[in-house]
Design a protein around this ligand. Structure first.
Ligand code: C2E
Ligand code: MG
Ligand code: MG
Ligand code: MG
Length: 289
């Protein structure tokens, strides 16, 4: 507790801190084994065009399936992976898997394949000196065009320092696209949009949740789409669960969305059916953007 941290006194060691440290250490050890033992999976959640439901891209989301079949949600193990540094090898693995999967879609569906594969990247990964080379290598190994990869970063990670900012510029120079994830939730400055070479914003789910009833959430969603349009950035609304939310977002100018209303995250083997169904139910002809 901060108030006990006076000059010359040691930080008081609270029992909860101990529990948390032990939990982190234990889960960290189990997660390390999980990576080695192949217990991680990647699922993919389509990102659609609101107008007609066309699948424009997908976000790769990691899953940890324990041998007994129980699933540890990423909300539990990603923070541990970040604290222990395991997010670096974990993230490398997800990146390679996702690039391989996206290249497979291009092979299978040709021009109908979703344009973008979105991969979450932790701040720790961006701080690794070899990260740009690693991305270039993952693309080359998979045979994926750089413009088909979007790395999702958080505002906090982007603000880490000049080295990270340089890395982001190098990634853009490779042709990779960059999205600011959970946009609006971090305590960041809008000036970030002028220095950070992002190509899209993802409106955080927390603003979409009450958008049809809470005036203030609607106001934020409105401001975000206006900023995106003014700066010529793509914008995706996250966590869309109802047709009412989708209609309202479309009215505000949002063209892309991701959420349970459209598709849940799916295993690669389930996605073939999703793509087939989306292709046949599409109302208008193929448009690429
Ligand atoms: P995120 O990047 O913001 O991903 C979107 C999260 O929202 C996913 O949760 C997704 O399943 C969930 N979601 C999508 N649509 C809806 C909806 O309509 N309603 C609700 N209630 N939820 C929806 P998930 O898969 O549990 O992932 C949670 C977070 O874990 C991600 O948030 C991301 O920050 C992190 N994460 C997941 N995979 C990775 C990864 O490979 N690397 C890193 N560094 N972080 C990851
Ligand atoms: Mg994300
Ligand atoms: Mg997000
Ligand atoms: Mg999120």
């Amino acid at each position: 507790e901060g108030k006990d941290r006076g000059k010359g006194t040691a930080v008081r060691y609270e029992p909860e801190m101990r529990t948390r440290l032990v939990e982190t250490a234990e889960m960290g050890a189990r997660l390390r084994d999980a990576i080695d033992d192949g217990e991680l999976r990647v699922v993919y959640q389509p990102i659609v065009r609101i107008d007609d439901g066309r699948i424009m891209g997908a976000e790769a989301l990691v899953r940890w399936v324990r041998p007994d079949g129980t699933m540890v949600p990423p909300g539990e193990f990603i923070p541990v992976a970040e604290r222990t540094g395991l997010v670096v090898p974990l993230g490398s693995w997800v990146l390679r898997e996702a690039c391989r999967e996206a290249a497979g879609w291009v092979d299978t569906y040709g021009p109908d394949a979703p344009v973008s594969m979105n991969v979450n990247v932790a701040g720790r990964q961006l701080q690794e000196p070899g990260f740009v080379d690693e991305v270039a290598d993952a693309l080359a190994c998979a045979g994926l065009f750089a413009g088909r990869l979007t790395l999702e970063i958080t505002e906090t990670a982007a603000l880490e320092g000049p080295e990270v900012m340089r890395t982001l510029h190098e990634l853009r120079a490779l042709g990779v696209r960059l999205a600011l994830d959970d946009f609006g939730t971090a305590a960041s400055s809008l000036g970030l949009l002028l220095t950070c070479p992002v190509t899209s914003l993802k409106l955080d789910r927390s603003f979409v949740e009450g958008i049809t009833t809470v005036t203030r959430q609607k106001a934020v969603a409105t401001a975000v789409v206006q900023i995106a349009q003014a700066l010529d950035l793509d914008v995706v609304a996250e966590g869309v669960e109802s047709p009412e939310q989708a209609d309202l977002l479309r009215g505000l100018g949002y063209r892309r969305a991701q959420g349970f209303l459209y598709h849940r995250p799916q295993a690669p083997e389930q996605l073939a059916a999703v793509f087939r169904q989306a292709a046949t139910s599409r109302r208008d002809p193929v448009v690429t953007s």
